[in-house]
Design a protein around this ligand. Structure first.
Ligand code: ZN
Length: 632
């Protein structure tokens, strides 16, 4: 009989050794891609997947965990119990108990799903690159920013065409929908966008995802049934914070009931502002104009006040005020890119808690978007501690020779958001990698620390800390600050009902599976839209065919997580609003109950321990400017 130390720690070590090799490779693949690295990376992926399945379905390992768990004295408080609990759960979810034949079937399903999900994403991409919009009349392009027109002219030249050639990529699509005055052009882009990878796509129909979706849903259903669950949603919830499909449905419905009236009013306001009834391809265009009229604050006005280095200094000041930790720049650290920096997080006694690489500028061969990733995970060593290291990655416009990197307020929010993830990873006190930092934290709660941090970037006191005009050094003027803060609730109701629509759609697809065909999938969407949607959608909309969040992977039966974690974050924040945003005792409590625990406790218990009660939705509604519906 082996003890936890003898039997389980070597396995934690093994996983950590692999992580320490693979994390840098996967990081470089994302931020410094090249053909050789890509080939090597892709060659490793199936090996890793096979290794993970082998481990997850290994009965001898399962029995070892079970034996150690049976003999573990109750009340051991260092997280060892959680290590065992998570591992045993994951063994069962991977079908470890199944008879041989079913086990093989489970494995085959996992492999086919991996491949189908990749195919789904590839079809979306390919159907985008197969379409472009060609224009030879400059008048048609009225309203579109000059830089985008320039790019389109260059595209046309490269393709030996007259005039302008617009690609169907996300930035171009967003720009056209927001700025193009020509309604026919907006309609073309809208239609192309919402029919991506469908049989209605104007481009190549070989990229139709309809059958892929049906197959994915069928396989997920079979996978869940094999290991004893009624449907995939139930299977997926075993490792989440939410307890049941009913709980999530009630949660979403409750939010929808509150937000609906506000959303309807916002849509009416928009239509009366436009002076006409609006179609889906008019919304972004008129919303942008309305926002400008209502708040008269633009990106261009704000950026000069947010040079990256001032924002970073301010962010570090916030972290210091909250947790007494200093971020110290460490010179001479070897990195993959000259502008990457490394910071140590140091406490009052001078002890280093962990470290953080920041890689903040957009460049070629770097994946778009922003994220935090763990580079090294905290782990107890024989005589020492392996300290955590985080990667904080963004894609801000780099500085030029004369102007430093200037952030939009959205960029500022992104930076605060990712720093929240980084703190979650770095401040952990858990010594076992599988439940340390963000590891083992349920998917629907992992955005709590990140969304929580965003709130600081709206506070006048914090804006004073982070803003400093790059030429004059002035902080953001009070008048601009007020406009910015007021704009936070712009169309919050419409945004909320849209997120709820996606969430309910995802949940029902995975909870009420009977048979899936393209028609069934659209039927479910229609029913949900009739229930909660406010903006009318045209009949040709094939949104599910490009819903990569749920069909490409990650968010299947988990799209609600966005809203779920937002409620947690807004409610946690409301405690700070009540007691002072830099209240040291409260920050210490948030740190010990939420940030330090990794995956060692149930998040609902942890939240209760912090807030003194279960989470409420009211703080989020208040933050979004949504008032309780009037009784009718
Ligand atoms: Zn996040």
């Amino acid at each position: 009989m082996l003890s936890f130390e003898e039997g389980i720690l070597p396995l934690e070590d093994l996983a950590d050794r692999l992580h320490r090799v693979w994390a840098p490779i996967s990081h470089l693949h994302a931020v410094a891609n090249n053909p050789q690295l890509r080939t090597a990376y892709n060659n490793c992926l199936p090996l890793l997947a096979r290794y993970q399945t082998e481990i997850a379905q290994n009965e001898r390992l399962y029995r070892l965990y079970q034996q150690v768990a049976d003999r573990m004295p109750p009340g051991r408080a260092d997280g060892a119990g959680a290590v065992l609990h998570h591992a045993l759960r994951d063994f069962r979810l991977a079908g470890v108990n199944l008879p041989l034949k079913k086990k093989a079937r489970f494995k085959a399903i996992v492999e086919e799903l991996t491949q189908l999900q990749a195919e789904f994403e590839q079809n979306v991409l390919d159907s985008m690159t197969s379409q472009s919009y060609h224009e030879t009349d400059l008048e048609t392009l009225a309203g579109i920013p000059a830089t985008v027109i320039e790019q389109a002219a260059e595209n046309a030249r490269e393709a030996s065409k007259e005039g302008w050639l617009f690609e169907l990529d996300q930035p171009t699509y967003m720009t056209i929908m927001t700025h193009a005055e020509n309604r026919d052009m907006r309609f073309w882009f809208y239609r192309a966008w919402v029919t991506r990878a469908s049989s209605d796509a104007a481009g190549d129909r070989e990229f139709d995802n309809t059958d892929v979706m049906a197959r994915i849903l069928a396989l997920r259903q079979e996978q869940a049934r094999l290991v004893g669950y009624a449907h995939y949603a139930e299977y997926s919830l075993i490792s989440k914070m939410a307890d049941s499909v009913e709980e999530i449905r009630d949660f979403l419905q409750n939010l929808a009931d509150h937000a609906h009236a506000t959303a309807v009013k916002e849509f009416q306001t928009l239509e009366s502002f436009a002076g006409r009834s609006l179609a889906a391809w008019d919304i972004a265009f008129w919303s942008d104009k309305l926002r400008l009229r209502e708040y008269s604050v633009s990106d261009a006005q704000l950026r000069p006040y947010f040079p990256l280095d001032s924002v970073l200094d301010g962010l570090f000041a916030v972290i210091y005020k909250l947790y007494g930790l200093k971020a110290e720049l460490v010179e001479d650290v070897n990195t993959w890119q000259s502008d990457v920096r490394f910071y140590s997080l140091v406490d009052a006694s001078g002890e280093v808690i962990g470290g953080m690489f920041t890689d903040l500028f957009a460049r070629r061969n770097k994946r778009s978007g922003a994220w935090m990733d763990d580079c090294i995970v905290r782990k107890k060593l024989e005589h020492d501690l392996q300290k955590p290291v985080a990667h904080l990655v963004c894609n801000f416009a780099p500085p030029t020779k004369t102007v430093p990197c200037l952030l939009s307020h959205d960029d500022v929010l992104t930076l605060f958001h990712e720093s929240g993830h980084a703190l979650h990873h770095l401040l952990t006190r858990v010594d076992y990698p599988s439940v340390s930092g963000i590891n083992g934290v349920p998917w629907d709660a992992v955005e709590l620390p990140s969304q929580f941090m965003e709130n600081f970037a709206w506070e006048p006191e914090v804006v004073m800390l982070i803003s400093s005009h790059y030429e004059t050094g002035e902080p953001l003027p009070a008048e601009l600050l007020e406009k910015l803060r007021a704009s936070r609730i712009f169309q919050a109701g419409l945004q909320m009902v849209r997120q709820i629509e996606f969430s309910l759609f995802d949940l029902r697809l995975h909870a009420e599976y009977e048979s899936a065909s393209g028609d069934d999938i659209l039927g479910v969407l229609d029913e949900i839209r009739a229930q909660v949607a406010v903006v009318p959608q045209p009949e040709f909309n094939r949104f599910p065919n490009s819903f990569t969040h749920i069909f490409g992977g990650g968010y299947a039966a988990g799209y609600y997580s966005y809203k779920w974690a937002e409620v947690l974050a807004a409610d946690a924040w409301s405690a700070f609003e009540d007691q002072g945003i830099f209240n040291a005792d409260l920050a210490a409590l948030f740190r010990s109950k939420i940030l330090e625990i990794g995956g060692t406790e149930k998040i609902s218990d942890a939240f209760k321990a912090f807030r003194g009660r279960p989470p409420k939705i009211q703080p989020l509604l208040r933050q979004a400017g949504i008032h309780a519906p009037q009784p009718t």
